[in-house]
Design a protein around this ligand. Structure first.
Ligand SMILES: *Cc1c(COP(=O)(O)O)cnc(C)c1O
Length: 429
């Protein structure tokens, strides 16, 4: 086993690493998987996911806690199955996600439903399934959910999502807990909203929640949100409304580009100390991690189609594109890009790594120093979260295949999408 110094910092280690010059996911070399399944190809390490989950489980040892995987990060059935079998709950944001979670074997009593735009049909479906809690995001939604529950002769268990107005210090598109964001009920409206909810016969108030953003790499925004939420809990409970659970959302960051977020257990050690100090350490706790459970577990393997020297820039055109890896186009996000097989000959050149889509926004990485040639494979790292789940058919490109690796075993959890798959819903006369 040889690891060159440049690999030492690969996100996803130890399960994603070069061995004898070939990039492996757990025990399987990616060049062989790409030969078998074609490219672009997403490959995930099961062990990385289980280790990430274990960090949360360690963090909550001895506490009454429910970890709900925020499945929008990666909702492929094969990935959901890993978390369902490990005992996870799920945080869903649509009726479709509920169906997916149930299809993967989720326990509905561990499902919570977030999102600002739940439809009546989605509410009915979730009430029928018997989910644990609706995380209600507005006062208008309280009214609709109350009416739907009464129609069905049920009571909907609810938590109100509070917007604590803290800055998560992340990209504006993934900040969700600031005053100007569309999410949650404003901190100063919270008590009135809870009073109203408690008066509605179709609703049963069971908790409070917040979710302040994504790719958070510091502890302080979590501590700020926690204090703000606990202040509210005290106020709401003084008004005679009991809150059985406290849900602090997700948002913990991962390593994309030498980022150093706290480990989940270290983060929760600090948060639990504050909860204990304020007398809430025995309360039921819920968290909704998405990215931090899957992000560094995945890579996207892509083939170099052309290298294209230019006056200002050299381009490396690959067969993966913004429809497979939307994060650079959407958030100017950074993914490390490394050769699948290390070369001994050849020279390094600085490239913009781009896809074939007819948009200048279709880039995967800028100014990357790579020693590659046409026909060779690159791996785009940290591609387990918000990649395949956001993939589209733009430019009539079929969505990529996905392989789940565990030890020396590979399972094709999604075959490559065919043209027939894409045309199935369309007609003309
Ligand atoms: C997206 C989302 C999460 C998960 O966020 P990550 O940054 O992926 O951990 C959790 N809760 C809610 C309500 C979300 O919308």
């Amino acid at each position: 086993m040889s690891t060159s110094p440049s690999d030492a910092a690969l996100p996803g280690q130890p399960h994603i690493a070069h061995r004898a010059g070939r990039l492996h996911v757990e025990q399987l070399p990616l060049d062989a998987l790409a030969r078998e399944h074609g490219t672009p190809l997403f490959v995930y390490s099961t062990q990385w996911m289980l280790d990430a989950l274990a960090a949360y489980q360690r963090g909550f040892e001895g506490r009454d806690a429910l970890i709900c995987y925020a499945m929008k990060a990666n909702s492929s059935l094969g990935v959901l199955r890993v978390f369902a079998e490990a005992g996870c709950g799920f945080d869903i944001v649509s009726g479709g996600e509920l169906d997916r979670a149930l299809a993967a074997g989720a326990d509905p009593s561990k499902v919570i439903f977030s999102g600002v735009g739940k439809t009546r049909a989605e509410m009915r479906k979730a009430l029928d399934a018997g989910i644990a809690c609706f995380n209600v995001e507005s006062e208008a939604e309280l009214e609709v959910l109350n009416a739907v529950a009464i129609e069905q002769d049920r009571r909907a268990r609810i938590s109100i999502r509070i917007n604590p107005n803290v800055d998560p210090k992340t990209h504006p598109y993934i900040s969700t807990g600031l005053k100007g964001n569309k999410f949650g009920v404003a901190h100063d409206r919270a008590l009135a909203a809870y009073r109203h909810a408690a008066s509605l016969p179709g609703l049963e108030v069971v908790g409070i929640d917040c979710h302040i953003g994504s790719q958070i790499t510091e502890v302080s925004p979590y501590l700020d949100a926690l204090e703000r939420v606990l202040d509210l809990v005290e106020t709401i409970e003084q008004a005679g409304i009991a809150l059985h659970h406290l849900d602090f959302g997700g948002g913990l960051g991962i390593d994309y580009n030498h980022d150093t977020p706290p480990a989940a257990d270290a983060l929760w050690k600090q948060l639990l100390a504050r909860l204990d100090a304020r007398g809430f350490g025995r309360r039921k706790l819920i968290v909704e991690p998405g990215r931090s459970l899957v992000g560094n577990a995945g890579v996207c393997v892509t083939e170099v189609l052309y290298t294209k020297p230019g006056e200002d820039k050299n381009f490396c055109v690959v067969d993966a594109a913004m429809n497979d890896l939307p994060r650079p186009a959407m958030y100017q996000a950074f993914h490390q890009i490394v050769p699948v097989s290390e070369r001994t000959g050849g020279a390094s050149t600085t490239y913009d790594v781009v896809g074939p889509i007819c948009e200048s926004g279709d880039w995967i990485g800028r100014d990357r120093t790579l020693n590659v040639a046409e026909g060779e494979l690159l791996a785009v790292l940290s591609a387990g979260a918000y990649c395949m789940a956001m993939a589209s058919n733009y430019n009539t490109r079929g969505r990529a295949a996905e392989v789940l690796v565990h030890g020396d075993r590979a399972t094709l959890i999604r075959r490559r999408e065919s043209l027939e798959d894409q045309l199935r819903t369309e007609r003309f006369d």
